[in-house]
Write a protein that binds this ligand. Structure first.
Ligand code: MG
Ligand code: ZN
Length: 370
């Protein structure tokens, strides 16, 4: 499959104009990986769902190597297998990253015996009085964002997961999933409950830009957000900007998870163009995070994936034409390692090969969480 190069030429120009090109501005004083964890105030964790090395490699080619992610100087790799399967799903890997515990595919915020595990978002609030938020291009109740907020035996219990959003009350959550809060089988109107709990609930990007509530819920679609190229536009980057603006009001720091949900869906449908657009969109959101971190100096930015999707390979291409030929080996996930790109404060602590549960441990260590 040949990819459409024109799209990338145009949109990358926009990216570079709007956010500037973040280069190697984060040069740590000591390049040696330290055994003592550096201290970090804020973490922005960006997850490309299903984004493997090949997806990134393809994006490098079609973008002419003009990417934020490839400015990383500190790179690690994680293995992603779940408790019960060599090939993880997003629920088990999201739970591993959020809690440091392996679980069975399909489970959210629970160990294999269905006990709740403690999430990093719960730790930052309880132990440090930090704020936390999640942003995604899927329903916020979908597996990846849910793993940072909810505890449920099944990722498919979207309405139950929505209840956990109401109980947990993230300081900010932005994505789709409005129907899981409004049109429920139990007839409960969770929007009203959110508003009673001092949430400003908004339904459009325009409303979101003006939101300044103590807590903000952006429910921008009934289910999932549309594709980047089919009307979503720069929602992910703009929502990331807004979430950082709202969360950074807390002097004690914040934890923000940003998910590009649909790279995975491009992988499932073996659609290289879909993958590349969505991965590019994530790179723009990364630019927003890096711009904040560059000024703040106490913020760690991590970009990783929960697993690879599609078993994608590049069997040909043309550097000058910025095109690739992609082949796929599966319509599901694969068990290959995925990269961790680390930027900003404490980035050097995230190099090397480790397990996705250790990514959680490292984040807890740099935030001085128990
Ligand atoms: Mg996901
Ligand atoms: Zn998937």
């Amino acid at each position: 499959m040949k990819t459409n190069k024109i799209f990338f030429k145009i949109s990358l120009t926009i990216l570079l104009l709007v956010f500037g090109f973040v280069s190697s501005s984060f040069t740590p004083e000591n390049n040696e990986p330290s055994s003592v964890a550096p201290r970090v105030k804020n973490i922005i964790l960006l997850i490309g769902d299903g984004m493997g090395i090949t997806h990134i490699s393809g994006l490098m080619s079609v973008s002419g190597h003009n990417l934020n992610m490839t400015t990383a100087k500190h790179i690690g790799f994680t293995q992603t297998h779940s408790y019960d399967n060599y090939v993880t799903d997003s629920a088990a890997s999201g739970t591993a990253i959020a809690s440091g515990k392996k679980t069975k595919n399909g489970m959210i915020g629970m160990d294999p015996d269905s006990n709740n595990v403690v999430l990093i978002t719960e730790k930052v609030r309880k132990q440090k009085k930090m704020s936390f938020g999640v942003v995604s291009t899927s329903a916020v109740t979908h597996a990846t964002p849910a793993s940072f907020v909810a505890h449920n035996i099944s990722r498919n219990d979207y309405e139950g997961i929505a209840l956990d959003f109401v109980r947990t009350q993230p300081d900010v959550f932005i994505g789709g999933g409005k129907a899981n809060f409004m049109n429920r089988r139990d007839q409960r109107d969770l929007i009203k409950v959110l508003e009673r709990n001092d949430y400003e609930v908004v339904y459009t990007m325009e409303e979101l830009k003006n939101a300044d509530g103590e807590k903000v819920a952006g429910l921008l679609a009934d289910e999932h957000m549309p594709r980047f190229s089919e009307g979503r536009d720069y929602m992910l980057a703009e929502a990331t900007y807004k979430a950082i603006e709202l969360l950074s009001r807390n002097d004690r720091g914040f934890f923000l998870m940003v998910e590009a949900s649909q790279i995975d869906w491009g992988g499932h449908s073996n659609d290289a163009q879909y993958i590349l657009e969505e991965a590019y969109d994530l790179d723009v959101a990364l630019g927003v995070a890096l711009t904040f971190a560059l000024n703040d100096r106490n913020t760690l930015v991590l970009l990783t994936a929960d697993h690879e999707t599609g078993g994608m390979s590049l069997t040909g291409g043309n550097i000058e034409e910025k095109s690739i030929i992609a082949k796929f080996t599966t319509t599901t996930h694969t068990g290959v390692i995925v990269p961790v790109f680390a930027f900003g404060a404490g980035a050097e602590y995230f190099t090397g090969f480790y397990d996705n549960t250790e990514l959680n441990e490292k984040m807890c260590e740099v935030l001085r969480l128990r």
